[in-house]
Design a binder for this molecule. Sequence first.
Ligand code: IPM
Ligand code: MG
Length: 359
Amino acid sequence: MSHFKIALIRGDGIGPEVVNEAVQVMDRIGEKFGHVFAYTDVLLGGCATDAVGKSYPDGTAEICRSCDAVLLGAVGGPKWGSTRPAHERPETALLAIRKDLGLYANLRPAALRPALADASPLRKDISAAGIDLMMVRELTGGVYFGKRDKYQTSDRGMEATDLMAYSEMEIERIGRKAFEFAMLRRKKVTSIDKANVLETSRLWRSVMHRLASEYPEVCYEDMLVDNCAMQLVKNPGQFDVVVTENMFGDILSDEASMITGSIGLLPSASIGDTAPGLYEPIHGSAPDIAGQDKANPIATILSVAMMLRYSFQLMEEAEAIEKAVDEVLALGWHTGDIAGDTDKLVGTREMGRLICSAI
Ligand code: IPM
Ligand code: MG
């Protein structure tokens, strides 16, 4: 029997509800496959600001490091908006924990699930070609972590700057992750940059070219970020592994998730070179539906599958979760975010229960 320690960041909005269902699923997996999952609650985000006055309480990273993996629901909400001081904002906490745990690689798979082929907002002839891509987003560098400044000028009013910086080391390690993933998939890497304008992108491109020569089996291409935004809706079937810097990846991963039908379905993993990885749904805290048993728990449940696969090497268990999700969706059960038969509309808890019993 194996024991795994999991830090749970339930967070804000719908976070606690979706994490509850994910915990039920882990317990069901434990029961079926003979593992023990032990949970430690960790306070982070707006709920932490309310409780202790800081969105990233002291000692948070240490607690997470003492666990084997971290599962996060969602953080943020209008209550802790951008007018608050930085230490009270949930986004600050999220960026800080990623940095402190060294989670430089964010894996965001976007795939059209077979039972939901009709849910894609794309034209049928485009979605029929299939969507199955893995966005590999650099997560601890670039403009989200660069020096910021805001100052008064004598003649132009206030001025603000955000520095975008990348080192060869940072580019190489994320690039390597992308090529390694491509070797396990369809062996294609598309690297996204803005090398026609940005110096960071020209450095990015030169490092990626060096890596491409180390992986001759992988078909490699460069693509400008504006073109990628267009190609994702025009011909998403062309992509296998897409690797890009932090801000481009933030934006393009939302677009990639939307073309698969619902952002409520997509999981993500943030990993570094040492444990623990952090697993979270791509969606946010959805304060408008929080506490109403309406949220789709599937993205968080599929994040657990990623955790089992990437942090614990429990392949069979991960597949059991994915299979159960597909089965429940194929039977027509859905939460409100997925279009379908209104007779088969279920809430967060019932969706969790259906998936547990399918396992
Ligand atoms: C995401 C989110 C975060 C990010 C925000 C909340 C800081 O948009 O995980 O994509 O930009 O990384
Ligand atoms: Mg985002």
